[in-house]
Ligand binder design. Structure first.
Ligand code: SAM
Ligand code: SF4
Length: 319
């Protein structure tokens, strides 16, 4: 469906849990207070909301969290969503730690894409940044995922201390067919206190090393990333500059939290708690969703953080 500004909304990010097996310092505190499991929407409830979303024209779903792979029973849910009539694409974003056990199942389901979040290839820095994570299994799982039929993207958040990791991460796209994307830190949750590294700085560094870097002509993916290619790269390099380049006119997405809160914009608390309408009929649920999507805010306000009303952590919203 279109929102009141005529933007076609066809993409929903669904957080299936607020829990995570890492504590990335820009995303979560060391000792988070997780929701009681009873407060999470059941998979059956999530599927009912997805069925309504499809009726409103949303056909691409990104499953996120917290860490989605820590929630038991994820594969049957993904399978049911993949086989729902009208669903075009189901993708997943993960820190990659638990991917090894689930990769073959994801291949069987025919998942349409995997985003693996990785900000550094330095194992000590990884442990520091993630609050105790171990890099080696992530790298193993990343390689296995790239060798599988599933298209894989790597997402690295640009942080002052990981600027030195931009080139090593980009070099992964020399070795394997993977899109490596650099994301500006957004002032949401724990991202608020971090000095942003502009994507232009990353681009400059990449252009110095890959002088033939050229913008890709064809649009790739559903998101705001723009991509670059070089004869030296098997994959593409991508930049997501949500902060330095406001791309809200092209926004195509809404978010659903793990408790069933439908959020039309990352910056604002506004939205609707769908949980209370799950007991009623589909018509009411559809109407509530339609109204919330129609009223999607014009744009984010990252450059005026005092206007932000969102107070949740990124792990609760789903990134
Ligand atoms: N745990 C999964 C993962 O790490 O991919 C899924 C959830 S995580 C919240 C989704 C994405 O949001 C990750 O790529 C993470 O790096 C990114 N993220 C978290 N906080 C952010 C922030 N303040 N600004 C930009 N990206 C952020
Ligand atoms: Fe967990 Fe992902 Fe947040 Fe890191 S970015 S703490 S992996 S939810």
């Amino acid at each position: 469906m279109k929102d009141r500004l005529g933007r076609e909304i066809h993409y929903m990010r669904i957080s299936v849990t607020d829990r995570c097996n890492l504590r990335c310092r820009y995303c979560m505190p060391d000792s988070p207070c997780f929701l009681p499991e009873a407060e999470l929407l059941s998979y059956e409830e999530l599927l009912r909301i997805c069925a309504c979303a499809v009726k409103l024209g949303i056909n691409c779903f990104k499953i996120t969290g917290g860490e989605p792979l820590v929630r038991p029973g994820l594969l049957p849910f993904l399978k049911a969503l993949k086989s729902m009539e009208g669903v075009r694409q189901v993708t997943l974003t993960t820190n990659g730690l638990l991917l090894g056990n689930l990769l073959s199942g994801l291949c069987e389901i025919g998942i349409d894409g995997l985003n693996i979040s990785l900000d550094t290839l330095d194992s000590q820095q990884y442990t520091l940044l993630t609050g105790g994570g171990t890099l080696e299994p992530v790298l193993q799982n990343l390689k296995a995922a790239v060798a599988s039929p599933i298209p894989v993207k790597l997402n690295g958040v640009l942080l002052p201390e990981t600027v030195t990791q931009i080139l090593p991460l980009a070099a992964l796209a020399e070795q394997m067919a993977i899109d490596v994307r650099f994301i500006e830190i957004m002032p949401v949750g724990y991202g608020k206190g971090i000095v942003p590294v502009p994507s232009s700085q990353a681009l400059q560094m990449l252009q110095n090393v890959y002088p033939d870097l050229t913008p890709c002509a064809a649009k790739r993916g559903n998101g705001p990333a723009y991509y670059w290619e070089s004869s030296r790269l098997k994959g593409k390099l991508g930049l997501i500059d949500a902060v330095s380049n406001r791309f809200c006119e092209q926004c195509n997405r809404v978010r659903l939290t793990c408790t069933g809160y439908l959020k039309p914009c990352l910056c604002f608390e506004s939205g609707i708690d769908l949980k209370e309408f799950l007991a009623g009929g589909e018509q009411e649920l559809l109407e509530k969703m339609r109204t919330a999507i129609w009223d999607k805010p014009i744009s984010h306000c990252f450059s005026q953080p005092e206007n932000m009303t969102e107070t949740h952590m990124m792990s609760q919203i789903g990134g």
